[in-house]
Design a protein. Structure first.
Length: 378
């Protein structure tokens, strides 16, 4: 092997891209989009405005935001062929798998399918952001034998998603809670799914392929799949009546990792968890379902004291989504409904100054030269 250095396992600490989209200070627990602290965005912004910030590098003025919001809402349309594809998925198909396949299929019906220019990719980013939310909502309706709900272009992105999911306009509280969750999940620097999307884009493949790569990477329980895994634990605790801390101790004794804890970059509190903890508590208390927050809080205190591990974004998003009445297997697809904004921002940035991403491997196999042995002599 001729490479001079061997990178750490899992590329820990390796800087693999130059980006001006999102920054993380893992020691101070700071996350910022284009330099603006996530706490300020969660308190004041909307998902639409956050998309604009990620894609254009600045906050929009009033006219720009109005125009952008309209353009995003105008893309609330799904080709009938995509609805048919959702209908044809086997009943047991998981929403995250259906989303991955449907996003890949969207390229067939994209008016700029074969165009990979900056302008076409901006259009595709708008389309995909609207379409992902619609696919997740429509598939959930279809699998439950309910009619697909027509989009309402006058609603916010979060509001329209909840309308299309539940068949009725959401409360202001639910709409704002989801809007904040979408802001918090929108981007996270070079996380695994964004890296996958950038690697695909860098081959000069296309936007739909890059996003399909991203969805595939997000699905895993070490990444976006963790929020669903967290709620399965909370539900198990509720079902068996176990003490939350004893349940977690039992998992640790079996050398299991506890979903929703630990992070490759943060060595302190994940700033997204700060908001989601509060939302989980407020929504739980106001909806008479405080127990999910209470279990979570006990588990968090134990993990921090005993394992020195902090809750990450997925820990409190689980109880937050559940108290919003969202199905368990939609938690990770909703992560994608938000992260599409970050993935597309990164794909556009990658293509703006592209070079093929092609690292090397440290070869540790049989030494060269080995001989080819004919099959009857093996
Ligand atoms: C996020 C995560 C994948 C980061 O992985 P990583 O940077 O490769 O860190 P490691 O898995 O090497 O963990 C380092 C140490 O902390 C422990 N650890 C990390 N996360 C843990 C968890 N959730 N539960 C129990 N122990 C954990 C590991 O066992 C390891 O201990 P060791 O050094 O004694 O072997 C990891 O923390 C994890 O699997 N968390 C649970 C899944 C999750 O919530 N994912 C969503 C991330 S936003």
């Amino acid at each position: 092997m001729s490479t001079s250095t061997v990178t750490p396992k899992g590329l820990e600490g390796v800087i693999a891209a130059v980006s001006s989209i999102c920054s993380i200070d893992g020691d101070r627990g700071i996350l910022a989009y284009r330099g603006i602290d996530i706490h300020e965005l969660a308190d004041n912004s909307t998902f639409e405005e956050t998309c604009y910030l990620l894609w254009f590098g600045k906050l929009p003025n009033r006219a720009e935001l109005r125009e952008f919001t309209r353009a995003l809402a105008d893309e609330r349309k799904l080709d009938t062929a995509i609805i048919n594809l959702l209908r044809q998925a086997p009943r047991h198909a998981l929403p995250m798998d259906v989303l991955r396949t449907a996003v890949s299929a969207l390229s067939f019906y994209d008016p700029e399918e074969t165009v990979n220019t900056a302008e076409a990719n901006l259009h595709k980013s708008l389309r995909l952001t609207s379409q992902l939310a619609m696919i997740v909502a429509a598939y959930d309706r279809i699998r439950k034998g309910r009619p697909v709900v027509e989009p309402d272009r006058s609603l916010s992105h979060a509001g329209n998603f909840l309308l299309m999911l539940n068949g009725e306009p959401p409360s202001k509280t639910a709409e704002r809670a989801l809007d904040i969750a979408l802001i918090l999940h929108a981007d996270h620097e070079l996380n695994a799914s964004t890296f996958a999307a950038r690697v695909t884009a860098a081959t000069l493949s296309d936007m739909h392929s890059a996003i399909t790569s991203g969805i595939g990477a997000l699905k895993g329980p070490l990444h976006g799949g963790a929020n669903e895994a967290v709620f399965k634990i909370l539900a198990e605790i509720a079902k068996t009546g176990a003490d939350p801390v004893e349940h977690i101790k039992g998992m640790l004794a079996q050398k299991k990792k506890i979903p929703g804890f630990g992070h490759r970059v943060y060595h302190t509190e994940d700033p997204r968890a700060t908001h989601l903890r509060q939302m989980s508590r407020e929504l739980g208390e106001s909806s008479g379902q405080a127990k999910w927050w209470e279990y979570s809080s006990k588990i968090e205190q134990f993990m921090k004291a005993d394992k020195k591990l902090n809750a990450n974004v997925d820990f409190y998003s689980a109880s937050t989504y559940y108290t919003l009445g969202i199905e368990l297997d939609l938690f990770t697809p909703i992560f994608a409904v938000s992260r599409i904004s970050g993935w597309t921002a990164h794909v556009m940035e990658q293509l703006g100054d592209n070079r093929l991403i092609r690292p090397r491997a440290d070869y540790v196999g049989p030494a060269y030269p080995q001989r080819y042995v004919p099959i009857d002599r093996r």
